[in-house]
Design a protein around this ligand. Sequence first.
Ligand code: GLN
Length: 231
Amino acid sequence: GSGITLVKSGKLVTCTHLSYKPFQYTDGDKTVGFDVDLVDLVAKELKVDQEIFDTPFENITSGTVFTTNECDLAAAGMTINDERKAAIDFSEPYFDASQALLVKKDSGLKDLPDLKGKRLGVQQGTTGEAYANANSATHGYTVVQFEDLPLMETAVRTGAVDAAINDNGVLYDYVKEYPDTSVTKEFATGESYGIGMKKGNTALKTKVDEVLKKAKDNGDYDRIYEKWFGK
Ligand code: GLN
């Protein structure tokens, strides 16, 4: 066989942190999104169904969800970095991202230097939080943590924070839905998303990478991209 052992027989259990639209979010009684469709290709190849398991983001990046055998994979718009690579293995990169700034359209705020003495929202445990913290002394803003993306986005609209930092893909999706907000700046952090899995699970990594490569070659990747990011 392939040497792939799954945590639940007949299922491919994917950990994520909801909600991270359009990568994964709840629509009715279903979890849908770009990452969900991509991992469905892996499930199909393994002839099983994907089951989504919602968990705190830090339980994924720390590798806990794999050491406790809760999940086979993690797909969470998750940036590959060295700190996380020490705890989990990643597939080949499947999506490029940078950090971006979300503000209320009428705020007049455009960039980090405009935030002196103001409140900047971040999502806890993310690369956006790290970026905001790394630049807070220079620009003199206060970093305010939120547990998930929707709470952070809503705080910008209600004025609980003056601006927020998160990945460009999710923020551009948000401003389409809420035209009273806008993305005024991107920070070239050069990030790539990877699908996470248990350290040393080379059989599964080989399969995931094979499926990603095939999807890029046969047009499946472009079709899924267009479905979630086409206007
Ligand atoms: N890409 C960012 C990170 O990896 C945010 C991911 C997320 O919030 N789901 O930290």
